[in-house]
Write a protein that binds this ligand. Structure first.
Ligand code: IMP
Ligand code: MG
Length: 174
């Protein structure tokens, strides 16, 4: 497939929005300790930029789940490829996601994590494609709602490429 990438959200816009999200999170978790559950690999850039701006005490752990292969169509269920290192029981957990598409990943992940009795469980996502939602999952903090387009950059990949772009771009078929 011949394609090119067009900028959808600039580096500056992302930075400004990440600051706003951090501010909101700092207010909501004031006096509390926050435990970030970062979903690899796509959320890593967002998690770095967001966590640098969080002022309440914060700890981090990583989980890797798969719902996508190397293509652009979502698979049915999720598989845990890398488990969390730490127990989340009694913690104020905030899942950090790059993008919510069908919602299946977060639906299953939320169920899995809730069974481990965290004190609270919320979700922050950089991007949301609400038109594509198939599973009933709500996010607590969202950077940008975007149309139903396949995007790359800022951690997001197409066949493992383009994660390192500093902006969000759309993959356009030529
Ligand atoms: P969901 O389970 O369908 O909500 O899919 C969520 C996961 O699919 C995200 O965490 C991404 O890793 C991946 N994904 C969904 N849409 C895109 C996209 O437009 N670009 C890159 N990855 C995507
Ligand atoms: Mg992801």
């Amino acid at each position: 497939m011949e394609y090119h990438i067009e900028e959808m959200i600039s580096k500056e816009k992302i930075e400004a929005r990440v600051c706003e999200l951090a501010k909101q999170i700092n207010e909501d978790y004031e006096g509390k300790e926050l435990h970030l559950v970062i979903i690899l690999k796509g959320s890593m850039f967002f998690a770095c930029e967001l966590s640098k701006r969080i002022t309440v005490p914060v700890t981090m752990d990583f989980i890797s789940v798969s719902s996508y292969g190397d293509g652009m169509v979502s698979a049915g269920d999720i598989t845990v490829k890398k488990e969390l290192d730490e127990d989340i029981t009694g913690k104020e957990v905030l899942i950090v996601e790059d993008i919510v598409d069908s919602g299946r990943t977060l639906y299953h992940l939320k169920k899995l994590l809730l069974a481990r009795s965290p004190k609270s469980l919320r979700i922050v996502t950089l991007l949301d494609k609400p038109e594509r939602r198939m599973s009933d999952v709500q996010t607590d903090y969202c950077g940008f709602e975007i149309p139903d387009k396949f995007v790359v950059g800022y951690g997001l990949d197409y066949a493992q490429r383009y994660r390192n772009l500093s902006y969000i771009g759309v993959v356009i078929q030529d």
